[in-house]
Write a protein that binds this ligand. Structure first.
Ligand code: O2Y
Ligand code: MN
Length: 597
């Protein structure tokens, strides 16, 4: 029980519907986390890793049907369908609540219902939000304890009267008397519902125990409900990393960036610059909440307290800071287990072991065709364990943003870096952000561009056209000289032999360096029909071993390719039922510039 009457009432209501055997209020202590991990190990759902190799760490293996966010089962429930817009699944709130009420009835039988008070953002920040998640999953409690400020710190504020968002989560796998549990309880796909109620600011998730479906502070609260609140209140809840960059002269720049999945977002958030004397520090790797302050500048906080990163592909080469972060006190999900009791995944340091236990708990021998770690296998780790975490990452005021990057995976057409002419042109660049569909995704659209405006397509809690209008209107909160500058970046351009033209990773600091000199007005850009590009001689390329002609190709604006791009953007804009007029104007202006070039 708490001292908040409304909270107690809600907990009691949910308990009388779901009928758990016990109710447990989480305090967020280290002892509590250790106790819960030990319980999961004892009941066979968690595997303790070798304390000599990976102290304080545990591995979980999910049900094969529950391995990722399920967009098809994710709903925005508003009174009117057009408020959810053309890109979200929609259901009327009353209809959804009736379905969920039936599903939740008795669904926690034989289990403990955990009450998780939590805070998104530093507890003392005016930008932060409080919430309470009810769940019957100890795995969720353990992860929420890493990803959020969880337990007594949050409950105290809620008891003092802070508003809280109700987040209800259930696995949908009750246990009858004497019934043996399974390692990863969940409900079948057709019973999974990840539902959001922006009008009443509630989240109800049923049937999945995995990641974004179940750790409700992340995508559900910080992005979907968050973006809807942000529109109402005049701020931005974005799918963006936040990076602190210091040049050799000691000048500091804060850059945030929207990147769709599989474009190296966490790697960029933890970049180790190859340019001598430059320092990069991490403020956030996935989500930014941003408000204009009284000084007219845009300030960002990272609402999360940890990283839920993709393990596959992470190594000391691609992301040494992530590798160091997960050396201890880490929860791993769906990666492989070595005979020594450590974890393994694709491209991790060292040779491929002869034998592993794969993510489904089966023997795996070198040469077997299957992948031992799931490609969406994850690590959950506290941000404070990251060697590159910025000393001021929890500043309650946030950090002042100088530049916003939007970057996709584009083998052709889009140059290495392109500065927008102004704010509205930057929003246009964000609205057409996209990645080429590769063979990594099962799709009949290989080679086509999948557009993902500001990487928010799966995460906007309201109509995507209104979302872009909100970005356009935010400019009124400031003046052109104080607004962050917006840049499109593309680390993935390829040549005719299908080789990458740009080395990426730490060498992306060379692009960031040019951006900082543009911010200071130190360097001129080349005006092109698509935006402002660097002169080749203004990019610091010393020590790079680029292919002949690579820079020319990386900075090329091919009129034919851009005409095809125009057609593709027009096609994309057709899906909007509420395309802001300003974006239609931007498209027209681009066409005119291309035609007169
Ligand atoms: O599959 C999931 O549930 C995780 S999705 C995710 C996790 C961390 C950061 N970003 C994402 C994403 O889908 O953008
Ligand atoms: Mn993300």
């Amino acid at each position: 029980m708490s001292k908040n009457v409304a909270l107690n009432k809600w907990v009691e209501e949910v308990a009388s519907l779901t009928t758990p055997d016990k109710i447990y209020w989480c305090d967020g202590s280290t002892e509590e986390r250790e106790r819960l991990i030990n319980e999961t190990v004892k009941n066979g759902s968690g595997v303790r890793l070798n304390p000599q190799l990976r102290p304080g760490s545990v591995l979980f293996r999910s049900d094969p049907s529950d391995v990722a966010r399920v967009e098809d089962r994710t709903f925005i429930c508003t009174s009117l369908q057009e408020e959810a817009g053309p890109t979200n699944n929609w259901m009327h709130p009353e209809e959804m609540k009736a379905i969920l009420n039936d599903l939740f009835k008795g669904s926690m039988k034989g289990r403990t219902m955990y009450v998780i008070p939590f805070c998104m953002g530093p507890v003392d920040s005016p930008m932060s939000m409080f919430a309470v998640q009810l769940t019957d999953s100890p795995y969720v409690v353990i992860n929420m304890g890493i990803m959020t400020r969880m337990g007594d710190v949050a409950l105290q504020k809620i008891e003092e009267g802070a508003d809280f968002i109700k987040c209800l989560h259930g696995l949908g796998y009750p246990l009858e008397e004497g019934q043996q549990d399974v390692p990863w309880p969940c409900a079948p796909m057709e019973k999974k519902y990840i539902s959001h109620f922006p009008e009443t600011r509630e989240i109800i998730s049923f049937g999945s125990g995995y990641g974004g479906n179940a750790l409700l502070g992340k995508k559900c609260l910080a992005l979907r409900i968050g973006s809807s609140i942000a529109r109402e209140e005049g701020w931005l809840a974005e799918h963006m990393l936040i990076l602190k960059l210091t040049n050799p002269e000691g000048e500091v720049f804060y850059i945030c960036g929207a990147f769709p999945s599989a474009t190296g977002k966490t790697n960029l958030a933890m970049i180790q610059p190859t340019l001598p004397g430059w320092k990069a520090e991490t403020v956030g790797d996935d989500i930014a909440w941003m408000h204009f302050d009284e000084d007219g500048r845009l300030y960002a906080i990272n609402p999360e307290a940890g990283f839920f990163g993709v393990a596959s592909g992470t190594s000391s080469d691609s992301n040494p800071n992530a590798m160091a972060s997960v050396s201890h006190n880490t929860v791993f999900t769906n990666v492989a287990l070595t005979d020594e009791g450590d974890v393994w995944w694709e491209d991790i340091d060292g040779p491929v072991p002869d034998h592993l236990i794969d993510w489904q708990g089966n023997d795996w021998n070198k040469g077997d065709a299957s992948k031992p770690a799931h490609p969406n296998g994850r690590f959950t780790v506290a941000a404070s364990q990251c060697p590159s975490i910025a000393d001021n990452w929890e500043d309650p005021r946030g950090v002042p943003i100088d530049a916003i990057l939007v970057g996709g995976r584009r083998p052709s057409t889009v140059p290495l870096v392109n500065e927008s002419f102004d704010w509205n042109h930057g929003i246009f660049l964000g609205s057409v952000l996209g990645s080429e569909v590769t063979a990594a995704v099962i799709s009949d659209k290989i080679g086509q561009v999948r557009r993902d405006p500001f990487a928010m397509l799966p995460f906007s809690g309201y109509n995507i056209g209104d979302y872009l209008l909100h970005w356009l209107e935010m400019a009124k909160e400031s003046t052109e000289d104080k607004l962050p500058k917006i840049y499109s970046v593309n680390w993935f351009r390829k040549d005719s032999e299908n080789d990458f033209l740009w080395p990426g990773f730490g060498d992306n600091s060379r692009v960031l360096e040019w951006i900082t000199r543009r911010l200071k007005g130190e360097v001129e850009a080349v005006e092109t029909p698509i935006g402002l590009l660097p002169k080749e001689e203004d990019l610091r390329l010393e020590g790079l071993d680029l292919k002949e002609g690579a820079m020319k190709a990386l900075l090329e604006v091919d009129p034919e390719a851009w005409k095809a791009e125009l057609a593709s953007i027009k096609e994309h804009y057709k899906m909007y039922d509420r395309l802001p007029e300003e974006l239609a104007q931007q498209l027209k202006a681009l066409e005119e510039r291309l035609n007169s070039a």
